[in-house]
Structure formats: structure tokens, C-alpha cells
Design a protein around this ligand. Structure first.
Ligand code: SF4
Length: 944
């Protein structure tokens, strides 16, 4: 691995001493993990020895999938602590605060320990304990009926944090339903579309450790995507001399560590990036060979300047393309950027020159931030990747790779065929190019009369709280005609679970199986999440059939739940479901979770069987003991790989189009003097020009471009108190909705004030820190405390989306570590007010710490006041809000949230009217080359 040798840092060396990042020096060696002895800290000053089984697993508290090692006390099989796994290639033993806090989640006295069934009306807070058998029978009957009656769009699984790679896709295809819904369109769909238009692959993998210049459009170093594995490599890169530029509206911790902090007007980021591109083009600091060989520039030239081709006698010349490109982007001058973005022209030039200087070693990343905040935000990612393409940094050492090059997803033992139906509750015809499901519009679509749900599973998903317009979610989740049967699969109570028919406890990171692999760096690895107490019991000679028999209470895991449920849906195999859940080792018998992973480790992970054999272990045992495996080291330039002899057989070369063709279809490219694999785009190259955008009704977006945001300064009237609200930044210590059960984390972070610049505070009548302000959106308002700080741009206010948890009942609802007790009142028809009646306060429980809770705040839930704002192309919810800010009124109280749900549908329809619906060419619902979650069969793509 290129980043395994820590570099010296000349500019940080104290007293001239070289300063090095050191690997962990003090960790139990793996050969002692079966029986590790430590002195018990709590028994001090007595020397009491404790014997532990050390069992690796994978953190489930964000997407990064860092390695953890659980210390299981051999005397009572309790989990005493979790530390970083130093042998995990992504995290290398380093975790953020959320990793070790997994222990809080396991020991949380508020957690759901048994399956619960609602006994009062939905939302009444009345539940009783039931058996897993009852749950399985109830849902199996409901799903079976839907399948038998051909209602294959009425079974829906809606996931927040997947935490696995593909397991559930397989289950849903085995059932033959089009029912996978995700959270992606409130998260990353916009950025994904921007990347996918270039290269099909929708995620970047920056090689920070080897970069010379790093450009981040997020508070990435501290809280962003792949937070800890990336953060440590960004610092390594910096220690080796890389420069860092953070583009962030806030002075985040990342910005504070950066060489350049640029805070453009929110929504103007794409303009800024195009200004960088113009400097590169004008100064010629591009990788000419890369752009010529690896982009579809002839198509771009044809679109931009066909007259140049005509003048050259029909020949497309690369220099003409560059001239046309310079002409196309002529208006994005540094001076224009200064005007549009509010960033000094000199800084624009400075940063652009650093990008040009870094060349192939230019690493960049955007995930949420500007991409997910703005109408047209997907162009931010496209423009950012434009820079990487221009300097030839894609796939290069120190550059920005395709995530598929740095991620490993193994195949399971049998793959069901794709479903033959298309669910318009997931992919409505209005948004044919949406990158993922229009997940946050589900209640609006249901209220629009577009269907109903027979069985609805929310899994690690809390839409009432996480999504915009949560009160419309609440309305639909209460409606038994629209949602007939709802199970919340969750480790904890939540704002959504309280409206469910069943609350089904599922394990946290140390209580479940999953496979995880992420693009944390230039390398590929696979991590094995496992229920550590179950593994400890099995090591101690106490085998268990189901993980819930080893976890606290009857906490289960989804893998086994889906196997058991599928078996009951189709007990005799007549529906064709059961066959996918039969053991590959014991014909006709139900597969076990051990067998599922055993098959994968034996057959689908290159090098693992051999590595295991060297240690005298079976592959499954290797993964149980080590928790991870490095699949392959170097991953650069994968798209440049020459076609293998086998792949070349039966092909012909289309020299004019520079592609390799087989049976009329492109299967590779002719580039750099050879036939190579290329990409999966229509041109098989990076697409600077997208014919797809033209064909699907968006010709004006065929190239990387700038779309004015819905919060463009033109839309704001400062004299009226209008501001742009940036509501999507994270705190490094919290998770969106799953950290309410972690006392250590809430002790660290328990308030989310509104950031206001001092100039704006003056304009608002001398608002001071801690004063209450009312922030009004199109559909409501919230009342929060002000934090007056120069760490935010004037004209912009900001509020973290991580806090403001609430519960309706003292005994049932979101954890008391994190939530305030509130009342919910309908103060006028459709007008809902949430008002806090009790702060966070100490309470008595089995955990003595609960009586020591000293924090009272917990923050304010702003998302309830946001209308849905679906981007007309990507479908991403555009999170930023145009708001009116004023001092709180006499009737306002801290934490008040008021929403007019009558206006919600009005705003939904306004935004929907901006979309350009399918069908596209050939009567299709969506371009076939676009990826789609749980992709259906071709026949489902045709609109009838
Ligand atoms: S960054 Fe933190 S929360 Fe995310 S996986 Fe790693 S330790 Fe867990």
C-alpha cells in the first residue's frame, strides 16, 4: 500500500526533530486474541486480572466501516470495550469518538430489547412485547398475499444506513419485488449524478496520502464522507507537503487546517470550479494527452463548434476542441468569479495554479455540501471532476480514482433474476435521470394517489426526523390505508418508530453480520462485521442457532431475519422464493448465516483461501479472527487495463469512434496505442459532453456547467431579512439519527445553535449569542439560539442537522440521553406545533450515568420546517433554504417548531413542475446505461 510508510513532516517538526505519524505501538498481537489478560482498571489499586476474548468487527456508526476489536470478558461474556483494529487496512487502528461509543449503544438502558407490537392507535405510544415467531408469521402472510396477487410494488424496504454491500438487493430480487428505497436522495444523489455522467462510476476515491494538492468541498477532514480513514490520510498528505484548500461556507475544523479557506456564496461553487478550469485552460496547465486520449472530445467539438469540423474538411482536431472549450467557458473569469462567488479573483488564480502544478497528484472530493444543498448541485461534482480530468488526475497516484477501483464487492452463491416490474413510488416518471429513488417524496407520492404499501420496512431509517417535511411523513405513517403494515427495524426508538406497527430490535455494530468495503484509500479490502458475543460463545463451545440468542434481550440481525422471513413467505417453494435461501452445502435445507459468508469467503474473495490456508484456517475462520482482508494493493489506472486475449476475441476496431466493438456493442476503447477496457459510458470514455442529457431533454446541461441555485442572492432580499440557511453540516461526534443511544457522544455535542455573522447580528437588532431567533421557511418556522461568529459568511446562517431529537412520551420514544419531551398540537387544520415541555434531564436506570446527565439542551429540529425541494434532474432534495430570520417573538419558546402541512404539497408540486418527465428515447423510463439501485429487467424500463 502506497500510504503505509508514514512520511516526515518538515514544516511541523518541533525543534528540528523529524515528526512522524507512527503506527499503533501497543496492541495485543493477534495470536493472543483468544486469551488476552489485562489488569482491571476499575479494581485499582488492587491488581485484578481480567481475561478477554478479542473479537474483531466493523463499526456501524458511519459509512467508513472502520475496524473495531471488542474485548469480551470471558467470565460473563460481556463486552467491556471496543478499540480500533490496527490490522484493518482502511482505519489502521484509528477511530473517531463514535467507534468506541458503540459500547454505549450496546449497554444503553433505553434500547429496544424485544420485538414490540403496537396496541393503541398509531402514534399512541402503546406497545406490547411479542415473539419473533409472531412477527415472522404476520409479515410472511402479508408479503405472500401481495406476491400471490401480483402486487409487487407494494412491498417496500426503506433503508437509512445500509451497512452492507448487496445483501438486501438479493433478498428483494428473490421476492421479485421492486421495493428497494434508500436515503440517498437526501444525502449524496446529486454528487453521484455529477460523477456518473463522467464515468458511470458514481463515487470518487481520492488518494489523499499521495496527493500534492487536495481540494475539498466539504468539512471532510473532520466530519465528512469516510471521515476517519480519509482524515488520517489527508494529514499524511499534508505532512508530506501537500497543500489543502477547503471550500466551505463555514470555518469548519477542516477549513481551519487548510492552506486556503474559500467560502463562496452557497450555490455558486460550480461557478468557482469553472473559473479554476478556465485558468487551467488559458494557462495550458492541463494534461493534454490524457484529455485527448480519454475524453469524448470529438462529440463535444461537434456540439460546441461544428463549423470548425466543417472548416477542417470534416476532421475533428483536438486543438479545435481546446479552442472551442476555451470559448465556451470564457465567461468564467476570476473577476467574474469574484462577483458571483464572493471569492477574491487573486485567490481563484492562486488555487487554480496549485491544481495545475499538482497535475496528476490532484485529489478532490465533494459528497454532500454544495452538491446536496442546491438546485443544480449535481453540477458541482461534475465541475469538480472536470478539473481532475483536465489535469489527468483520474485514476492516478495522488489523484482521484474511481471508487470501484478501491472497493471490493464479492458475489454471493446464487443471484436471483432481476424483477420484472417498475415501482413509480421509487422512480417516478417525472425524474428519469434521478440518481436514486425519490425516497423523501414517498409520502407526497402516496398522498398524490400513486399507490399504497402492503408491507413497509424502515431499516435504520428515521424519515420523520431525518427527512424534510417530517410532518407529512407522520401523516402518512398514521394512515393505515396508505401504509397497511409497518415495521421499524432499528436498534433504538426513534421519531419514526413510535408510529410503526412493529418495532423490531436490530443489532448495532458488534451484534450483526455484514460485509463492508469502502474506497478509503488506494487499496482494496473487505471487512467482516460480526456479532462478537455470538462468536465468543461459539469459541467457548456454546453454539447458537440465531444471533438473537447471543445478543442482549432478543436483539436480532437483519441477515438472519430476512432468511427466516423468506422461508416463511414461501415454505414449500411454490413461489420461487425459497430456492434462493437454500444452503449451498445442504441441498434443500435453509441456509445459515455462517454458510452464506462461508461460501463467499471460500469462492469470491481472491487470495483469501490461500492466506487462510497459510495459517491453517478455513476462510470463514480467518475472517472471524481477523475481521478484514486486503484484497489487492495497487489500484491505479484500472480503466487503462489492456483487453485480455479472451476479451479481444471476436471484436473489431472502430477507428473513427476509437472503440472496440463486439456484436455491435462497444466493449473497449482504442487508447494509448492499444485496445483497453475503458469505462461503461456510451463513449467508453470520460464524457465531457453528454449526449444522454441532450436525448433526455436537457441539452443546455450537456457539458459541465453552472445552474443558479434556488438560494442565489437574486432570490434573497437582505432588506427583508432574507438569508440563505445552510442546514446540512455534520458534527464529528454524532451520527444523523443513531447516536441518541450513545451517552459519551451526547455529553460532547448537545446543541445546534444558528451561526450568524456579527454584521447580520447587528442588522437583526444586535442579536447576541444565546438570544433566541425565529427562522422561517416556506412552510413553517423554528426557534433556536443564536451563535454570533465570524466563522460563517455574512448573509448566510447555518445550523447543524444532527440535533433536535424529540419524543412524545416519557417512556417510549427517542433515547433520553438525547431527546426533549414535546407536545404535538394541531393548532389549526394541518398546522402542527411541536413544543418542548421538558428538557433533557437525569433519570434513574440500570446505568448510573443516567442520573448524572448534566446537559439539558439537545438542540432544535429544523428539518421539520423544510419543504421538499427535488432537483429537477438529479432528484436530490436541495437542502439549503431561503429563510427569513428575526428575533424571537414574545410567544416563541426555545425549540418551537411550527409547520403548515397544507403548504407542503403546494411546494412539492411547484418543484415537480420543473422536472422533464420520461419517456426518453425508445420509450424508456431511464437511460439503460445509468445505474439503478436493484436494477430491474429490461422489460420494466419500457413505459406502457
Ligand atoms: S469514522 Fe468513526 S463512526 Fe465512521 S466507521 Fe470510523 S470509527 Fe466508526
Amino acid at each position: 500500500m502506497s500510504s503505509s510508510t508514514p512520511p516526515a513532516a518538515p514544516d511541523l517538526a518541533p525543534n528540528g526533530e523529524p515528526f512522524r505519524v507512527t503506527p499503533l505501538e501497543n496492541f495485543p498481537p493477534p495470536e493472543k486474541w483468544d486469551d488476552w489478560v489485562e489488569l482491571d482498571a476499575k479494581s485499582w489499586p488492587r491488581r485484578v486480572e481480567k481475561r478477554y476474548s478479542l473479537i474483531p468487527t466493523i463499526c456501524f456508526n458511519c459509512e467508513a466501516a472502520c475496524g473495531l476489536v471488542a474485548y469480551v470478558d470471558k467470565s460473563d461474556l460481556s463486552i467491556r470495550k471496543l478499540e480500533g483494529n490496527p490490522f484493518h487496512p482502511g482505519s489502521r487502528g484509528r477511530n473517531c469518538a463514535k467507534g468506541p461509543a458503540t459500547l454505549n449503544q450496546i449497554d444503553d438502558p433505553e434500547r429496544v430489547l424485544h420485538p414490540m407490537k403496537r396496541v393503541g392507535p398509531r402514534g399512541s405510544g402503546k406497545f406490547e412485547r411479542v415473539t419473533w415467531d409472531h412477527v415472522l408469521d404476520t409479515f410472511a402472510a402479508q408479503i405472500r398475499k401481495a406476491l400471490v396477487e401480483g402486487r409487487r410494488t407494494e412491498v417496500m424496504y426503506h433503508v437509512g444506513r445500509p451497512g452492507h454491500d448487496g445483501y438486501m438487493d438479493r433478498v428483494l430480487q428473490a421476492w421479485g419485488v421492486d421495493g428497494h428505497n434508500s436515503h440517498t436522495n437526501v444525502c449524496s444523489a446529486a454528487a453521484r449524478l455529477g460523477y456518473a455522467l463522467w464515468q458511470t462510476v458514481d463515487r470518487p476515491s481520492p488518494d489523499h496520502a499521495n496527493a500534492k494538492f487536495i481540494l475539498l468541498l466539504s468539512s471532510h477532514l473532520e466530519t465528512g464522507h469516510y471521515f476517519n480513514p480519509h482524515a488520517q490520510r489527508i494529514i499524511e498528505g499534508k505532512l508530506a507537503g501537500a497543500k489543502l484548500c477547503a471550500v466551505d461556507i463555514r470555518l469548519s475544523n477542516t477549513a481551519a487546517m487548510a492552506d486556503w479557506w474559500l467560502a463562496p456564496h452557497p450555490g455558486s461553487e460550480a461557478f468557482l470550479l469553472l473559473a479554476f478550469a478556465k485558468v487551467l485552460l488559458d494557462e495550458g496547465t492541463i494534461d493534454r494527452d490524457f484529455v485527448e486520449e480519454w475524453t469524448n472530445w470529438p462529440e463535444a467539438l461537434q456540439a460546441l463548434a461544428p463549423e470548425r469540423i466543417a472548416a477542417a474538411g470534416g476532421q475533428a482536431r483536438f486543438d479545435d476542441f481546446l479552442a472551442a472549450l476555451r470559448h465556451h467557458y470564457a465567461k468564467y473569469t476570476p473577476a467574474a468569479a469574484e462577483k458571483e462567488c464572493g471569492v477574491a479573483a487573486a485567490k481563484v488564480v492562486e488555487v487554480a495554479r496549485e491544481i495545475g502544478k499538482a497535475g496528476r497528484a490532484f485529489a478532490s472530493h465533494v459528497w454532500r455540501n454544495a452538491a446536496s444543498g442546491n438546485h443544480g448541485g449535481w453540477q458541482v461534482a461534475r465541475c469538480l471532476h472536470f478539473l481532475s480530468v483536465l489535469v489527468g488526475a483520474v485514476g492516478a497516484e495522488g489523484g482521484t480514482n474511481l471508487n470501484t477501483a478501491d472497493k471490493f464487492v464479492p458475489t454471493p452463491f446464487a443471484k436471483p433474476p432481476p424483477q420484472k416490474v417498475w415501482n413509480e413510488l421509487l422512480f417516478p416518471r417525472e425524474w428519469p435521470l434521478s440518481h436514486h429513488e425519490l425516497s423523501y417524496l414517498l409520502p407526497h407520492l402516496l398522498l398524490d394517489g400513486r399507490g399504497k404499501l402492503a408491507a413497509y420496512f424502515t431499516r435504520v431509517y428515521n424519515p420523520v426526523w431525518t427527512n424534510p417535511d417530517g410532518m407529512v411523513w407522520e401523516r402518512v405513517l398514521r394512515d393505515e390505508k396508505l401504509v397497511e403494515l409497518h415495521a421499524a427495524l432499528t436498534p433504538v426508538w426513534s421519531e419514526t418508530a413510535q408510529y410503526a406497527d412493529y418495532v423490531l430490535p436490530m443489532g448495532v455494530g458488534a451484534e450483526r453480520h455484514d460485509l463492508m468495503s469502502q474506497e478509503t484509500h488506494a487499496g482494496r479490502w473487505i471487512g467482516f462485521r460480526q456479532p462478537v458475543r455470538r462468536v465468543a460463545m461459539e469459541r467457548a463451545g456454546k453454539p447458537v442457532e440465531w444471533s438473537w440468542q447471543a445478543n442482549p434481550g432478543e436483539v436480532w440481525e437483519e441477515d438472519e431475519f430476512w432468511i427466516a422471513l423468506s422461508w416463511r413467505i414461501d415454505p414449500d417453494g411454490a413461489l420461487g422464493v425459497r430456492q434462493w435461501f437454500e444452503s449451498p452445502y445442504r441441498k434443500g435445507e435453509r441456509i445459515t448465516v455462517d454458510e452464506y459468508y462461508r461460501w463467499i469467503f471460500e469462492n469470491s474473495v481472491p487470495g483469501l483461501p490461500e492466506a487462510a490456508a497459510k495459517l491453517g484456517l478455513a476462510p470463514l475462520e480467518y475472517m472471524r479472527r481477523h475481521g478484514c482482508f486486503e484484497v489487492k494493493g495497487s489500484t491505479y489506472d484500472t480503466f487503462k487495463k489492456p483487453l485480455a486475449e479472451k476479451e479481444r476475441a471476436g471484436t473489431s476496431d472502430d477507428a473513427a469512434r476509437r472503440i472496440v466493438v463486439k456484436d455491435g456493442k462497444p466493449v473497449g476503447v482504442l487508447a494509448e496505442g492499444a485496445a483497453r477496457v475503458g469505462l461503461a459510458t456510451p463513449s467508453r470514455r470520460f464524457e465531457v459532453f453528454s449526449q444522454t442529457m441532450v436525448d433526455w431533454g436537457w441539452p443546455e446541461q450537456a457539458l459541465p456547467g453552472y445552474i443558479e441555485s434556488h438560494i442565489h442572492p437574486k432570490q434573497l432580499d437582505p432588506a427583508r431579512g432574507d438569508y440563505a440557511l445552510v442546514p446540512i453540516f455534520r458534527l464529528p461526534t454524532l451520527i444523523h439519527t443513531r447516536s441518541a443511544n450513545a451517552k459519551w457522544l451526547y455529553e460532547l455535542s448537545n446543541t445546534n445553535p444558528v451561526w450568524i455573522h456579527p454584521e447580520d447580528a447587528q442588522r437583526l437588532g444586535g442579536v447576541q449569542t444565546q438570544d433566541l431567533v425565529r427562522v422561517s421557511t416556506r412552510i413553517g418556522h423554528f426557534v433556536n439560539k443564536a451563535w454570533v461568529t465570524e466563522g460563517v459568511r455574512p448573509g448566510v446562517v447555518a445550523c447543524s442537522h444532527h440535533l433536535g431529537r424529540w419524543r412524545l412520551f416519557e417512556e417510549v420514544g427517542t433515547d433520553r440521553w438525547a431527546s426533549a419531551l414535546v407536545t404535538r398540537e394541531e393548532i389549526a387544520p394541518g398546522r402542527i406545533r411541536i413544543r418542548r415541555v421538558k428538557d433533557i434531564a437525569p433519570w434513574k436506570s440500570s446505568d448510573r450515568d443516567s442520573s448524572r446527565v448534566w446537559w439539558t439542551d439537545g438542540g432544535v429540529h429544523q428539518n421539520l420546517t423544510f419543504p421538499v425541494q427535488p432537483d429537477p434532474i438529479s432528484g436530490m432534495h436541495c437542502w439549503h433554504q431561503r429563510v427569513h430570520v428575526e428575533r424571537a417573538r414574545p410567544e416563541d419558546r426555545y425549540g418551537d417548531v411550527e409547520v403548515d402541512t397544507n403548504k407542503s404539497m403546494e411546494v412539492f408540486r411547484e418543484w415537480m413542475a420543473l422536472a422533464r418527465p420520461a419517456p426518453g428515447p425508445d420509450g424508456l423510463r431511464r437511460p439503460l446505461w445509468f445505474n439503478r439501485a436493484v436494477k430491474p429487467a429490461l422489460e420494466a424500463y419500457r413505459m406502457t
